[in-house]
Design a protein around this ligand. Structure first.
Ligand SMILES: *[C@@H]1O[C@H](CO)[C@@H](O)[C@H](O)[C@H]1NC(C)=O
Ligand SMILES: *[C@@H]1O[C@H](CO)[C@@H](O)[C@H](O)[C@H]1NC(C)=O
Ligand SMILES: *[C@@H]1O[C@H](CO)[C@@H](O)[C@H](O)[C@H]1NC(C)=O
Ligand SMILES: *[C@@H]1O[C@H](CO)[C@@H](O)[C@H](O)[C@H]1NC(C)=O
Length: 292
């Protein structure tokens, strides 16, 4: 038993360590976004979401929120839908920036969010499996909130900027934002416990951020999402915080971590609130929220 578990652990660690440079919050980030979102669903939306979840999710939306990364090889065209890089002017413009490397329009994270929102809203569109639409949507709403998903095209959203995390680990800037900041925050502030971190961030939505929360979820359009606004915010945060003072070979330590961690936690909160708002809009918003 013990040996099997150990072997499984070694296998998992090996797989994770050898995963290619990716454009996505790692599991922890996506898990928190979806965990927060599920708690902000109306009872009507919650029932609809639960009925669409695959059996292996055991009723937890958060369990499915890294599916889009895990299955990327199965859907090669979906790679472009995880991000929306820009020419480096700290802004996102749909017409200019939302395309894949072959120039195909709409193939970026904002296009993906709008696509799968429309697919779920349209109950007469049986061509797209609604379970798959839900899992893509939940993942991409997380992704668009990671500032380096709307980073510079030149450096692949920070993937080619090699940095040293606290002198000890060679990593790259994109990965610092996907993973290293979250893992250090978890260790230093939350007893290395993802559910504590999630709960503290979630609680702050009705406390520290209570005066901003309505604005986060506001979206005037009934048919489209406001994901282009979220991408614009990320592009600005990429310049103001993520790229700020960083060069090839930089050593990132406490100064960098303490400027980044409040941004990471806020983006996770915003991602959760907005994913819930999108799902509430799709599945009916006349019912009462469960827990706000
Ligand atoms: C929209 O969804 C369909 C079905 O999964 C997919 O083939 C298409 O590439 C998607 N387009 C965008 C922009 O997300
Ligand atoms: C809904 O889906 C059907 C079938 O794919 C399509 O013909 C129709 O145009 C869609 N309606 C909207 C409003 O997108
Ligand atoms: C809670 O909100 C306050 C006010 O915006 C913010 O400064 C703080 O970083 C937030 N705390 C967490 C854990 O995200
Ligand atoms: C990196 O290591 C050097 C030499 O050991 C040390 O002086 C410096 O404070 C370290 N920097 C960080 C950010 O940990």
């Amino acid at each position: 038993m013990g040996l099997h578990l150990l072997l499984l652990h070694v296998l998992l660690v090996t797989v994770v360590a050898r995963a290619p440079a990716a454009h996505a919050w790692r599991k922890e980030g996506h898990y928190m976004v979806c965990k927060i979102a599920q708690s902000f669903l109306t009872s009507e939306a919650s029932a609809a979401v639960t009925s669409l979840l695959p059996g292996w999710a055991r009723g937890e939306l958060a369990e499915t929120c890294s599916w889009a990364d895990d299955e990327r090889r199965r859907y090669p065209w979906s790679g472009a839908l995880h991000f929306a890089d820009t020419p480096g002017d700290c802004q996102f413009f749909y017409d200019r920036d939302c395309h894949n490397t072959e120039g195909k329009k709409d193939m970026c994270v904002v296009g993906g969010i709008n696509n799968y929102t429309a697919a779920l809203m349209n109950s007469s569109a049986p061509s797209v499996d609604p379970t798959i639409s839900l899992m893509f949507l939940a993942h991409f709403v997380g992704d668009v909130h990671q500032p380096l998903h709307c980073g510079n095209t030149d450096d692949y959203g920070g993937n080619t900027i090699i940095v040293y995390w606290y002198n000890t680990t060679t990593t790259n800037l994109h990965r610092v934002w996907d993973l290293d900041i979250i893992q250090k925050a978890m260790k230093d502030f939350y007893n290395d416990d993802l559910s504590i971190m999630t709960q503290v961030i979630m609680k702050n939505i009705t406390e520290g951020w209570s005066d901003e929360e309505r604005e986060w979820e506001a979206c005037p359009s009934r048919t489209k999402t406001c994901a282009d606004r979220y991408a614009m915010e990320s592009a600005q945060l990429a310049c103001d915080v993520a790229y700020a003072g960083v060069e090839q070979g930089s050593i990132l330590g406490d100064d960098y971590f303490f400027s980044a961690v409040p941004v990471v936690q806020k983006r996770i909160a915003q991602g959760g609130v907005r994913l819930a708002a999108i799902l509430n809009r799709i599945f009916g918003e006349n019912s009462r929220p469960q827990s706000i």
